[in-house]
Ligand binder design. Structure first.
Ligand code: TRP
Length: 339
């Protein structure tokens, strides 16, 4: 039996925060260590172009995200770790798939629909400011996934629709160009992060860059303390019992604590631990988990040449899969030498 393939992409538009770490990076690194799986993790820099916030921003974000995964111990000898734009077969596949994907299907994509709705609300032309990149985004994502015949795709809830679209497109391609015995593409399945893994931000809403409520993953100790002190709490005094289940401090605690530590913090809440004290303990817990990786991260950031070499080696490995599949598909679609 060949190993199950797990694949996920990280758009290079930002600096990783604790929510990314708990919801995506930590479980992905754990999954990559499983002997029965083969992990494909990539920096989705072509996706970053859709919302491009400037070349330097995307470039720096690529460096930071790569350094983060390496600092946290992703074993790149086991996992295939690469940058999307280093794999020329991906945009090539994206074009071929876009010739199979129904436009009507893309019309229903959430990101595009939300942009249209916004325009209508503001009495604009429905397509005002909407690029073909945004519109075709699910096709590029289908190419990312199908290129490596991924079985499992860990994503946030908002991305489930894209995996369904990838299946739809894959089915059509298999039907038109594959053989019954040997389909061209396997059907990918979404694996959705559990609610426990969706971390709350400073204001209690989901931690997200778009809400401006994040705690960046590799802050200095001083800054980490400062950020944790900014987590919203209520006005209960030390000595007054507090409700752990409505507390962001507790929710984040739980994401880093062992079951025993969670139980004792629950007890401490019942006994009226002060917010200052709870936050101090939270700082220590997080710092304990990320402290060493933070040091490696800063060393890596100073050594871009090393990060680049790791990505190039990853691209070479990835192309060992993408090039043959692309050759097979091109040929199946009638794009092949004449003689
Ligand atoms: N669109 C995903 C996101 O915004 C990132 C992504 C790009 C991705 N390509 C992918 C995730 C392929 C999984 C598989 O989170």
């Amino acid at each position: 039996m060949s190993k199950e393939r797990v694949l996920t992409g990280i758009t290079t538009t930002g600096t990783p925060h604790l929510g990314n770490y708990v919801g995506a990076i930590r479980p992905a690194i754990a999954a990559s260590q499983h002997p029965e799986t083969q992990a494909f993790y990539f920096l989705a820099d072509y996706h970053a172009m859709i919302k491009s916030q400037g070349p330097e921003f995307v470039h720096q974000s690529t460096r930071e995200i790569a350094a983060t995964w390496l600092a946290l111990g992703l074993d790149v000898d086991n996992a295939v770790f690469y940058r999307q734009s280093d794999i020329p077969e991906i945009p090539e596949l994206s074009w071929l798939l876009s010739c199979l994907a129904a436009k009507g299907l893309m019309n229903r994509a959430h990101a595009y629909k939300a942009a249209v709705d916004d325009n209508l609300k503001n009495a604009e032309d429905p397509d005002f400011g909407i690029t073909m990149g945004l519109f075709s985004y699910p096709v590029l994502m289908a190419a990312d996934i199908l290129m490596f015949n991924a079985n499992k795709v860990p994503v946030g809830k908002d991305q489930i629709q894209h995996i369904e679209m990838a299946r739809d497109i894959a089915k059509r391609c298999n039907h038109l160009y594959g053989s019954k015995k040997k389909p061209l593409f396997v059907m990918p399945e979404a694996v959705v992060e559990s609610d426990v893994a969706v971390l709350q931000g400073l204001d209690g809403r989901k931690m997200s860059k778009s809400y401006g409520n994040t705690i960046p993953l590799f802050l200095s100790e001083k800054q980490l303390k400062k950020h944790i002190n900014k987590i919203d709490t209520n006005l209960l005094e030390p000595g007054e019992a507090k409700d752990p289940d409505t507390s962001t401090v507790f929710q984040i605690w739980q994401a880093f604590a062992s079951p025993a530590q969670t139980d004792s913090m629950r007890q401490a809440f019942a006994e009226g631990i002060g917010w200052g004290d709870a936050k101090k303990q939270l700082f220590e817990l997080i710092n304990e988990e990320v402290g060493e990786a933070r040091e490696r991260y800063h060393v890596l950031l100073e050594d871009s040449a090393h990060i680049e070499a790791v990505l190039q080696a990853g691209a070479e490995k990835a192309r060992g899969y993408s090039a043959p599949l692309m050759a097979e598909l091109r040929s199946a679609m009638g794009i092949r030498p004449l003689g």
